[in-house]
Design a protein. Structure first.
Length: 184
């Protein structure tokens, strides 16, 4: 009986050891990243070097508001907001379009995961490539709207992950971008 208990204890200990080693190996593989800046890309876009089985993803940092217009989305009146990076290039820009009704009832947070929301859309044209939300690849866009007060104008904070027609993915990030066009 003692021998049987001893074998069971050794078996459990070895199983736990193997399980912990497998978990540590998985975590190490998922967190292994490095950042390098390519010579061919703009100053505000970087690439993350992922393990060989993952794709390289560019990062776009938005920090300038180009302006807004009125338009239509799904035959409803909508607002279109356009943003870019520090260089202010109109050819490198990202757009938010949302229906008036969704904007009013969103509680200051617009969100679209894999095209789940038909009243809010986000896309970018950057370095000649078009990036968009998709329901075939994991994509999302989240915009947090900060209401104005006596000290600060209305602003937006943007985070997104988009994909191009060729499958290239891009991550979009921003700080709080003031919606005042002519900043003092």
């Amino acid at each position: 009986m003692r021998i049987l208990l001893w074998f069971a204890a050794v078996f459990v200990a070895i199983s736990l050891l193997l399980l912990s080693l497998k978990t540590q190996a998985t975590v190490k593989r998922l967190t292994q990243t490095a950042v390098a800046t390519p010579a061919t890309n703009s100053a505000n876009a970087t690439y993350s070097n992922k393990p060989d089985n993952e794709t390289v993803m560019a990062t776009i940092t938005l920090n300038k508001y180009l302006g807004g217009t009125e338009g239509k989305l799904n035959n409803k009146s909508a607002l279109n907001f356009k943003f870019t990076d520090t260089n202010g290039s109109a050819t490198n820009s990202c757009s938010i379009i949302t229906t008036d009704n969704y904007l009013r009832h969103s509680k200051n947070r617009l969100e679209n995961i894999n095209l789940s929301e038909k009243n809010f859309y986000f896309d970018c044209t950057w370095n000649g490539r078009y990036y968009f939300l998709s329901n075939r690849v994991r994509t999302y866009a989240e915009v947090i709207i900060k209401q104005p007060d006596s000290q600060f104008p209305m602003s937006m904070h943007i985070e997104a992950k988009l994909v191009s027609l060729t499958g290239e993915q891009v991550e979009i990030i921003s700080g709080d971008i003031s919606l005042r066009r002519n900043q003092r």
